[in-house]
Unconditional design. Structure first.
Length: 241
């Protein structure tokens, strides 16, 4: 089964076992960072070397998630603040994100706001996602949606968190990221308890003009000041239960 174009994207969940795809191209040289690599990236690339034989990739979901766990953590619970926790995130969100990376609708290369370890990890992930069929992506989305989200334990400023709670309401973030960012509503990201460095980078990238998620969200974030973003980050970091 060949890769489908964007208009042919599958939105149905897999119903049977044995998802199998073939790697369509080798891991690109650009997936390898220069300079000192993080422990996470070493694990990731080790996973690629183990599960990317020269001609094919077995894409049973357990194999795929094992590779993903090198950076996103066991069952999608990240212990690296550069990498988001994907456990418990909405099926639609995960599927759309992977399809966007695979189909080059989201950046896979370093930019002004995507540098160093973060850029290297995204590049390596894109090299992996480029080999996946729609059914592989659907299998991953279903697996991670069924896992429990675990909020990151991280510092925050309580006074700034209170400001962030107000901005969350005033900017209508609550409409999609309800219950103070703890509920995905089957489509949006869980923000409460997500790693602050990852969230900060994502918000700044969207504010700079990169497209992530729905248009209304992108437009709202582009109006945020640095102070607004700092307050929101403290609010989401404070939501640890």
């Amino acid at each position: 089964m060949g890769k489908l174009n964007i208009s042919q994207r599958s939105r149905s969940r897999p119903t049977g076992p044995g998802w199998v795809s073939r790697a369509k191209r080798a891991v690109r040289d650009q997936a390898r960072p220069t300079g000192r690599s993080s422990h996470c990236l070493l694990i990731y690339l080790l996973g690629l070397s183990l599960f990317f034989p020269a001609t094919a990739l077995s894409s049973e979901v357990d194999t795929l998630t094992l590779v993903c766990s090198g950076c996103h953590g066991l069952d999608g619970i990240s212990i690296n603040s550069t990498v988001p926790t994907i456990a418990g995130q909405a099926y639609t969100l995960i599927e759309d994100s992977l399809l966007d990376y695979r189909d080059n609708d989201r950046t896979c290369t370093a930019t002004e706001l995507l540098q160093g370890e973060a850029a290297a990890l995204v590049s390596a992930m894109c090299a992996l996602v480029a080999t996946l069929e729609n059914r592989d992506i659907a299998a991953l989305a279903e697996f991670y949606e069924l896992q429990a989200f675990v909020p990151a334990k991280q510092p925050f400023d309580a006074s700034r968190a209170a400001d962030g709670a107000r901005i969350h309401q005033q900017a209508n973030c609550e409409h999609c990221h309800s219950k103070g960012g703890t509920d995905s509503n089957g489509m949006a990201a869980i923000l409460a308890g997500q790693w602050t460095p990852y969230l900060e980078r994502s918000l700044l990238r969207i504010r700079s003009g990169e497209k992530m998620g729905p248009k209304v969200m992108n437009e709202a974030i582009r109006e945020f000041t640095d102070d607004d973003i700092e307050a929101l980050l403290n609010y989401y970091a404070s939501r640890q239960n």
